[in-house]
Design a protein around this ligand. Sequence first.
Ligand code: DSN
Length: 422
Amino acid sequence: MDEYKHIKKQDPEVFAAIEGEEKREAEGLELIPSENYVSKAVREANSSILTNKYSEGYPGKRYYGGQKYTDMVETLAIERAKKLFDAKYANVQTLGGANANIAMYFALLNPGDTVLGMDLSHGGHLTHGHPVTYLTKIFNFVRYKMKDPDTGEIDYDEMRETALKTKPKIVLAGFSAYPRELNYAKFVEIAREVGAYAVMDVAHIAGLIAGRSVKNPFDAGFDIMTTTTHKTLRGPRGGMILTRESEEIAKKIDKMVFPGLQGGPHMNNIAAKAVAFGEALQPAFRTYAAQILKNAKAMAEVFKAHDIRLLTGGTDNHLILADVFGSLQITGKDAETLLDAVGITLNKNSIADDTRGPMDPSGIRFGTPAITTRKFKEKECARVAELMVVAMQKRAEPNVQKAIREEIREMCSRFPIPESHV
Ligand code: DSN
């Protein structure tokens, strides 16, 4: 904790929170599939002196002086991002994934235009048009769903019919709780047929794409990808928008991010993105991405062996969605609380056509990006899955829970969070 010596001396209250979180992360397993552990190098960049600087604009075109080093760092982030995703243009200034999606909508649409996106309850995301977002007051969102939640197949025929009927300007792929690969060619085909942009929100799988473990939507002809940088990509908390080849689209995106929606970019964060992208360009990152998938499959197999229903029947990516209420008569919320107590953090999640409400749904969502960073392999992942199942099955037995907590603690000490990822 020496790195926090100034906070410790000056502000013990904030220090206590940081210290507590450091211990929580060290002694428990992080299975929330959208979280990860960044390297010390990423953290150093994120807490660097670059936070002091205002740099509205883009490299070479700033509003204020003194931009020699901010230009250097933003250019590095852009060039590395382009290389990672085979993109021609990258905007690395968006502060998060929601901001990236909002900027993308505002750049491409007029108020009242239609977006065809995945239903939240079938795996989509709030910013893909959930009624609780302000976006739905501005744009018209229509939906596609899975044909069969037990196989995960998207109903592409219905999707095409909806597109022909509603004439969307954007056909939006992407998800926050869907464990399969999409048929990207179908999305592009439908988008082209109705004259829409094909956009993929790759937030969850960006690291898997960069690590060449899953397909790159640009290869199927997608126009734009939006993403976060802190999930499988293992960078600092933030967002990014990538454009495949159209300079016209890229210019619209840049103009909308700044000055359209944001002010001065967070250059410390952009420096941290550059460092993380540098890590993701190393060969070791490909091994990491491949192991995330193997580990998720190993966990899914254990759940299946215990006859626990998995949405879509399994996983092809980093995450798993289990119907624990249907299979073990424990609600998603109770499972989240119970597992947290034994040192396993995951989140409750609605399942397709859930009969329960979103605050206490039928499912749990978990994944392997963070434990794979900890160097877990299939064997350890299968053991964690086994412990999760036993914890839920024997939830009324305190001695069992205590023994599981101890075993998780012991695994954490054998697999400490690494400081370096290269
Ligand atoms: N909160 C993110 C997730 O957990 O998937 C999505 O925004």
